[in-house]
Structure formats: C-alpha cells, structure tokens
Design a protein around this ligand. Structure first.
Ligand code: ADP
Length: 426
C-alpha cells in the first residue's frame, strides 16, 4: 500500500518538476504549474469515468496502474465476494423452497395485512391457492367464519379445524406461527384420515357401550332378585351377591361414563343457551348434600350473579362430578366449599376441599380417561376414573378451562374458569 502511494508521490513530483521546468523555459511559472495540475486532475477524472462505466455495465476490468489499479482490484474483489455470497444464499433459498415445497402440510407466508406472500405446493392441493393469489388477503380466499375469527385473534397456541375448500369431505387443522416482524406462517395439515379414525374409535366405543347396557341391566336385575330371594341362604352367599351387585353397578357407571364421553368428544362448541347458575348450583348442592356423610359440611357461596351460556345438563354433570369427588375423597368430617365468583376476564366455579390432596406428579394426568391415583381412599372401588375426563370435555365445549391446585395433607381446589363471552350478566 505504501509503495502505491510512493509511486503516486513520484508522479506528483514529476509533474511538479515538468511544471517548474516549463515555467523556467517560458517564464510563466504560475501558468505552467496550473497546466500541470490540470493534467494531473484530467488523469484522475479519466479513471473516475472509467470506473463509473465499469461499475454500471460490468465487463472487463479497465487497464490501469498505480493507485487506480489497486482501487479497481479491491472493488473487483468485493464484487466477486458479493457474487459468491449471493450464489450461496440463492442456493440456500432454493434448497429451503424445495424442502418446504416437499412438505406434506400446506405452508403459507402471510404479510402484515394477512396478504399471501408465498405458499408451497401442498397449499395449492389442500387450500386451492393459485399463483395469481399472491398479494391477495387469505381471508378473501378461505371463506369460513371459524377461520376468519381465528385469523383475527391473537392466540396462536390454539388450532382451528375447517373443511378443505377443495377436497371433498377433507378436514384441515390450521395453526398460525408468528415470526419476524409482522410476518406469520400459516400451516394447514390434512387431518381427514385422523378424524375418520377418531370417529371410528368413538363409534366403536359408543356401540359397544350401548350393546353392553341391556345385558348388564338384566344381569343386575337377576343379581338383585337372587339376593332378595335367597333369605335362607348362608351369609357367605349374601356377601357374594352384594359383591356381584357392586361390580355390576360399577360396570354400569363405566358404560354411562364412556357414553357421556363419546357424546362430548365431538369437539364442537356447546350451543349458547342461558343457564341460571344460581338455580343450577343450588340443585347440585342439594343433591350432593344427600351423599355427604353426617360430619361433612358442604358450603355454597354465590359471589357472582353471572349466568352461563351453554348446555345445562353438561354443566350440571361437570359440577356434580367435582362436588361428588370432593365429598368422596374428603375426610369423614371434611369441609367442601362450592364457590361461584367473578375473576379477571370471566367467572370461575371453585370446588375446594380439605381432603388428603393429590401429589403434584398426578395433577397433569388427572383428566386422562381411567387415570386414578392409587392411594388410600382413592385406591378403593369408589370411582372408575372417567369423572374428570368428562369435566374437561364439558369445559372445552364451553370454552372454559379446568385448573387443579392441590397440597398433600391440606386439600384440593378444582377451578372451572369461563371466559366473559360465555357469561350473561344482569
Ligand atoms: P374417579 O371416578 O376415580 O373419581 P375422576 O376422574 O373423577 O375418577 O378422578 C380421577 C382421580 O383423581 C381419582 O381417582 C382421585 O384419585 C383423584 N381425585 C379427584 N378429585 C379428588 C379430590 N377432590 N381429592 C383428592 N383426589 C381427587
């Protein structure tokens, strides 16, 4: 680098000497020196114009020497590096596009106004998008009220199920993943087969339960009759009849629970019919009192005047399950409180007991079918493990949420939180 500047200084010195010499010969020092500076400037201007035309049109690197040769070379190197980087980026982009194009799920990049920026091949197949749709708002192309509500919302942890606009009887599960600034990725998965299998399973369980119901009722009748008519039989036989009756009752409970679950499983939201919560809870409370042991207390506190929008029978079954559980698992002199109160963004029904509590490791699994905590009282024959699964499904259908808080030795609190849109006030 220093060498390059040195040659430039030599050039300057040489031009200066020529100027001085010309000044000495002509006697016009100033004019001669000015002329030399002009010549020097013209040389640089020439190189600048060469550089500009090369930058504009590319092509062969202009020939030069000294500092200008270095400038050309450095710019050339920079350009070549950029070109390589661009090629690498393009190749990466191409690889990404090929990968996303091969994805079985429809993938659509949405801009800030929900306009389509890009989509893959699966989106053509599943959503019926075409190249001309780029720039169009997705809501105008996927016309579905459920999808429109989902798109305008901001809760991206949930998914929405809609019918495919192009595949006959096709079902899509759509999720939105926000990324970058104001950009969102819409992913639609074809769940037709999964939904079909779920329906087959649910129909099977429902049919089997229906078919078992009648023979079981007959069996229970016979067992009861045998128990009643065998007065002269030894006590041992009575014990056997009682056990048989207990087990048939348990099987009937199982079948009823499975039938309720299959009905609730559809995933559809419950129709919004006004349910008088005060009346409902009073009746749940009165029914539950009949089950309570003498020393147990059951308190009802109605702190909110809000009513619910949903199906009364389903809500009754969910609330009863919680209260019956609380009494069932509480101590013999246990205290159970049923509280309906307002909460941030809605209202909540709490069922609190001072029973044995549930260990933290069981809490996430309590709403699974047939999940039971095998310890102490709950390990007996008291339940079938479907109650909380039913509660969870009822709440899902009412856009509510079940929260369970429990401390071993102190008690449990089951809270059913309902959003404001499921409430009627006044
Ligand atoms: P079950 O028919 O066994 O009561 P559930 O689904 O209603 O089925 O409850 C699942 C399990 O959760 C129960 O087996 C019990 O161990 C536990 N459980 C539910 N409610 C309570 C409660 N209030 N206190 C302690 N344990 C409870």
């Amino acid at each position: 680098m220093a060498g390059l500047w040195r040659s430039e200084y030599y050039w300057l010195a040489l031009i200066g000497l020529v100027g001085l010499f010309a000044g000495k010969v002509t006697g016009l020092y100033f004019a001669s020196l000015c002329l030399c500076v002009v010549v020097y400037l013209v040389r640089h201007l020439y190189h600048i114009s060469q550089l500009l035309s090369w930058l504009r049109s590319g092509g062969k690197l202009p020939q030069s020497s000294g500092i200008w040769e270095e400038i050309y070379y450095l710019i050339y190197r920079l350009r070549r590096r950029n070109k390589t980087r661009k090629k690498r980026l393009l190749a990466m982009l191409e690889r990404f596009r090929t990968a996303t194009a091969a994805l079985p799920d429809a993938t659509v990049v949405l801009g800030a106004r929900d306009e389509i920026d890009w989509f893959n091949e699966a989106a053509e197949r599943l959503l019926g998008l075409r190249k001309e749709d780029i720039g169009q708002q997705i809501g105008n192309l996927l016309r579905n009220p459920k999808f429109a509500e989902f798109l305008s919302g901001t809760n991206y942890n949930v998914t929405v199920n809609i019918a495919s606009p192009v595949i006959d009887k096709g079902q899509l599960e759509i999720r939105i993943v926000p990324y970058g600034e104001d950009l969102r990725l819409l992913i639609a998965q074809d769940v037709t087969q999964t939904r079909f299998m779920e329906r087959v399973r649910s129909d099977f369980v429902s049919n089997v339960s229906h078919e078992l119901r009648t023979p079981l009722t007959v069996l229970r009748g016979y067992v009861e009759t045998l128990g009643d008519s065998g007065q002269d039989l030894p006590e041992h036989y009575h014990k056997v009849f009682r056990r048989m009756e207990e087990q048939t009752i348990r099987m009937q409970k199982l079948i009823d629970g499975l039938l309720s679950l299959t009905k609730l499983e559809s995933g559809a939201l419950a129709p919004a019919k006004r349910v008088n919560v005060e009346l409902l809870l009073n009746s749940v409370h009165d029914e539950a009192r009949l089950l309570a042991q003498d020393a147990q207390t059951l308190d009802l506190r109605l702190e909110s005047s809000a009513d619910l929008l949903g199906i009364e029978a389903e809500l009754r079954s969910a609330f009863s399950n919680l209260v019956v559980n609380a009494l069932k698992y509480a101590r013999e002199d246990g205290a159970v409180t049923l509280r309906w109160r307002d909460d941030a963004g809605g209202a909540v029904l709490e069922v609190e007991d001072n029973g044995p509590g549930i260990a933290a490791e069981h809490l996430p699994r309590l709403t699974e079918r047939f999940y039971r905590v095998e310890s102490g009282k709950s390990g007996g024959n008291t339940g079938v493990g479907l109650g909380l699964a039913i509660v969870k499904h009822v709440l899902t259908r009412h856009e509510g949420e079940l929260k369970i808080a429990s401390t071993i030795g102190k008690g449990s609190c089951f809270s059913c939180k309902f959003p404001e849109k499921r409430l009627v006030r006044g």
